[in-house]
Write a protein that binds this ligand. Structure first.
Ligand SMILES: C[S@@+](CC[C@H](N)C(=O)[O-])C[C@H]1O[C@@H](n2cnc3c(N)ncnc32)[C@H](O)[C@@H]1O
Length: 216
């Protein structure tokens, strides 16, 4: 059954030392971001990807309601809540439980977006649907890209169903054979659609973000 969590207050910094540098410049940069995230009380450096997206595209509006798919360990939840302010609300879903303490206007549930058990949790009319979901990687780039595409397709369906008119959509996808197809599908639903690779992404990573604005 889907479990609802408002955080256990266990604190942040889980996995903060994982990016330990092997000396390569990319790893040093990742390590720097991990340290910065820890200092700023975010559980993961992925927060800086959303920060870059928000600064450039203004996808989250003050007082709006945001849905964050693949929200664990919780960095995007915290950042999105700062952007909406206390009069906005942020909802998150992840396979994993959130272990950090969340602000009062944030709720997260543990569930599988591919087989959602608790749709009642979702209201209609989100101002932004965000997906930073990533499949467990196999090392086979074609398989990983296809699994990422499946998650993205479900995220887009969710945005279609629960996004408000004129709402925004952010979706991480691993570039592969299905990328163009997914981009075309997004363009059918949103008036503007761009791709963006944040500086804070690992250079060698195949991940890229689709930023779509203005749900038709
Ligand atoms: C890169 S992490 C997200 C990091 C998050 N944005 C943050 O800043 O804390 C990707 C997440 O996608 C979640 N995920 C993958 N498949 C999922 C699914 N089918 N349903 C829900 N969450 C999923 C994983 O459990 C993982 O926590």
């Amino acid at each position: 059954m889907a479990k609802k969590t408002k955080g256990t207050g266990k604190g942040t910094g889980k996995g903060a030392s994982k990016g330990a540098s092997k000396g390569a410049r990319g790893n040093e940069w990742a390590d720097h971001l991990t340290q910065r995230a820890k200092a700023e009380n975010y559980p993961a450096r992925s927060v800086y990807k959303l920060e870059e997206i928000q600064k450039k595209f203004k996808v989250i509006l003050p007082k709006s309601h945001v849905l964050d798919l693949g929200c664990a360990p919780g960095s995007w939840l915290l950042y999105a809540a700062k952007q909406t302010g206390s009069r906005g609300r942020v909802f998150g879903i992840d396979l994993k439980q959130i272990e950090i303490k969340l602000p009062d206007n944030v709720i997260a549930i543990q569930d599988n977006i591919l087989a959602l058990e608790n749709e009642d949790f979702l209201e209609k009319g989100f101002g932004a649907v965000l997906s930073d979901m990533a499949p467990a990687t196999t090392g086979r780039k074609d398989v990983d890209a296809f699994r990422s595409f499946e998650l993205c397709s479900m995220a887009l369906d969710t945005a279609k169903k629960f996004g408000a008119p004129n709402s925004n959509f952010v979706c991480k996808i691993f570039q592969g054979n299905e990328f163009k197809k997914f981009e075309q599908e997004v363009k059918l639903v949103f008036r503007e659609c761009k791709t963006f690779k944040p500086e804070s992404c690992r250079k060698q990573s195949k991940e890229i973000y689709i930023i779509a604005k203005g749900k038709k």
